[in-house]
Design a protein. Structure first.
Length: 314
């Protein structure tokens, strides 16, 4: 018999959050510990934001059942890839061609994948931590043009639109599904911001119209582990960013996901590469696997999320 969310938390949850958590627990009782830890670490505001996000999706015609299925699909696929990684000490795939059709260009899979990641941004401590870190560090009064590479589910892009003073916001992605979800969430929550942003179906490395020294903010979350040559990606960021640009980047070490194709084994590997590509680390933020230290993650090849505020090197 599956446990209910009321049995594992003393918090009073809004009805749709309670329904989502119960649905997750009913479909996967082994998720009890993760749900318990997640609810303990979420603030009431973050819980209320999840409630609002669920309502938004229901107004689009989605169901709580679909969101829980999407989340658990993402969890299951990630666990499968992590087991492969622990056995072989490498990711299953290493080229974009191996994953593009089955992930990015499959609308049904990509839709569930992006919704699953979006839910994880509310209830996985390390994903929530990266969103918190972004909101804490992004400059609210800076003007100019904000560029986000790979907005995915749109939560970071929407937060920047809502809380910063940039004059124009641009999002680039190779997935039509991701751009569609970003547009839907922005238009729903920020209907008066339509003239301030544009979303473009483009490969960042092929977007030759991006001028050098043009962007006042460059944000890319969980992207460089998805590309074959992250050095090119990082050099391109350094090229297009203005000297005083805010640059925010997240990635991971030893974190196998179905479309992760470039393996970083340590934060030092990431930071050395950024340094070689013209980017200076201003403020690093490490989020080790839940319940483990950074040292334990490195010793045992456990997943670790990394977030950075960067600066263009002079």
């Amino acid at each position: 018999m599956s446990v209910t969310v009321k049995e594992i938390t003393q918090k009073s949850l809004p009805p749709l959050v309670e329904q989502l958590m119960n649905d997750i627990l009913e479909k996967n009782p082994l998720h009890k510990k993760i749900v318990s830890v997640s609810l303990e670490k979420m603030t009431q505001e973050e819980i209320d934001n999840l409630e609002t996000y669920i309502k938004f999706n229901m107004k689009k015609g989605l169901t709580v059942d679909y969101l829980s299925e999407s989340y658990l699909m993402f969890v299951f696929d990630t666990m499968k890839e992590q087991l492969y990684f622990q056995k072989h000490k490498k990711y299953r795939f290493s080229t974009l061609a191996e994953v593009a059709d089955s992930v990015y260009h499959d609308p049904d899979y990509m839709s569930k994948y992006v919704y699953g990641i979006a839910v994880s941004c509310f209830i996985w401590p390390h994903h929530l931590g990266m969103l918190r870190y972004f909101n804490e560090t992004v400059p609210t009064q800076k003007k100019g043009t904000y560029l986000e590479i790979g907005p995915g589910h749109g939560l970071f892009f929407m937060s920047a639109l809502a809380n910063t003073g940039f004059d124009h916001f641009v999002g680039l992605d190779i997935s039509e599904t991701s751009l569609g979800q970003t547009k839907e969430i922005v238009d729903f929550f920020l209907p008066d911001k339509g003239s301030k942003y544009s979303l473009q179906l483009k490969d960042f490395l092929d977007a030759d119209q991006l001028e050098s020294n043009s962007y006042d903010a460059v944000v890319t979350g969980e992207v460089i582990e998805h590309v074959e040559e992250p050095e090119l990606f990082l050099r391109r960021i350094a090229e297009i960013a203005k000297p005083d640009a805010y640059i925010y980047l997240t990635t991971c070490c030893n974190a196998a996901v179905i479309d992760h194709i470039y393996l970083f084994r340590t934060p030092k590997e990431v930071e050395d590469m950024m340094d070689e590509c013209g980017l200076k680390v201003v403020k690093p933020f490490y989020l080790p696997y839940e319940g483990k230290s950074v040292e334990e993650c490195l010793e045992k090849d456990l997943p670790m999320s990394l977030a950075y505020v960067l600066q263009k090197k002079s």
